[in-house]
Design a protein around this ligand. Structure first.
Ligand code: P6P
Length: 337
């Protein structure tokens, strides 16, 4: 029986990458496989969330002042656990936790990577069956191997990311990750319990027809943003529908759709949130890395996201991200109001 070699699992793909780059130590491949394992475990719980007693609040507040859902906590523990017991990660920072966590054991101290993640982004949507996701970032540690990681390892500018990715627990579950060599997507095949390569070398379309923004904040945006939104709407009126507005309220879903189909996602600053809502280290930087590797752009409205030097772990930033031409339209937009 011919073996179907066209279908690569995540493990086979990362090992193939190792074969192509003999100098690689395999630590990044191990780390990505660990993340894939945790994602499979989270996927099981997300898919039965309506049945198991895993919905609802965990009765805690996170550092963001948001209600922590039981599923948030479960996901947080799964990703922390696989990374702590792996051999490739010296410490982690989670969007759910106030501070980073150093893995202070002989093996982890020798690891060269650190990881930041938002274990379950969009968790407010869990109870209404809207897609949610996990977002992660991988950096080389800046502190010497053998020592315990410190805060400086976790507040590096996004341009120093080694890899970044996300999982969407949706109609099907997909893990997308980027290294500087490209962006690839792996869809979970439940029949074999493996993520299988389904989206090879993803490129963000140069032009798109989708703009994603929470219109409820319209009158809280600066004039320039309101002008750009009017331009998007005017294109619909004047030219018969080249733009359409799509906003799920779950970043992983909105950005994933725009990455594949083309579009722009905006979470601008508002008068009540002058730094925006999204977290630089846990949401903006990983997606900026992925979208730039795929040929798109990401800024805070004025400056490239990946060039921002973080001042703190939970720093927020406005975010404009997506297709190059739509981002250039936004950058060339001037107030006409
Ligand atoms: P709003 C989810 O809470 C999240 O962090 C992102 O996933 C999402 O894009 C954004 O907030 C939605 O925020 O204010 O539009 O509900």
């Amino acid at each position: 029986m011919a073996i179907n070699r066209k279908v690569y699992t995540l493990d086979e793909f990362t090992i193939q990458q190792l074969r192509n780059f003999p100098h690689a130590t395999g630590e990044l491949s191990d780390l990505l496989r660990d993340i894939g394992l945790a994602a499979k475990r989270v996927n099981v719980e997300v898919n039965k969330a309506g049945l198991a007693d895993i919905l609802g609040e965990a009765g805690m507040m996170n550092v963001q002042g948001e209600e922590v859902k039981k599923l948030d906590l479960f996901a947080n523990n799964q990703f922390t656990g696989v990374l702590q017991h792996g051999i490739s990660c010296a410490g982690i920072a989670s969007e759910e936790w106030d501070d980073y966590v150093a893995f202070d054991d002989a093996v982890s101290r020798q690891s060269k990577y650190i990881c930041l993640f938002d274990p379950l982004d969009g968790s407010a949507n869990i109870d209404v069956n809207v897609s949610i996701g996990t977002i992660f970032s991988v950096y080389h540690r800046t502190t010497p191997k053998g020592s315990v990681v410190t805060l400086e390892d976790f507040i590096q500018p996004g341009i120093r990311q080694v890899a970044a990715g996300y999982i969407v627990y949706g109609s099907s579950t997909i893990l997308v990750y980027a290294t500087r060599r490209g962006v690839n997507g792996f869809t979970l095949d439940p029949s074999i319990g493996e993520f299988c390569l389904s989206h090879t070398d993803i490129k963000c379309p140069v032009q798109g027809k989708i703009y994603s923004v929470n219109h409820g904040n319209f009158f809280l945006f600066e004039e320039r943003v309101r002008t750009y939104i009017h331009q998007c709407q005017a294109k619909i009126a004047a030219e018969g529908g080249p733009y359409t507005q799509r906003y799920i309220g779950s970043m992983v879903s909105d950005v994933h759709r725009n990455l594949l189909k083309g579009g722009i996602f905006m979470y601008p600053a508002t008068t009540n949130k002058p730094q925006g809502k999204l977290r630089l280290q846990y949401e903006c930087n990983p997606f900026a890395f992925i979208v730039e590797v795929a040929g798109g752009m990401a800024t805070d409205g004025y400056k490239r996201i990946l060039d921002i030097v973080p001042a703190s772990l939970h720093q927020r930033s406005p975010l404009f991200i997506g297709s190059r031409q739509m981002m250039e339209e936004w950058e060339n937009c001037r107030t006409d109001l």
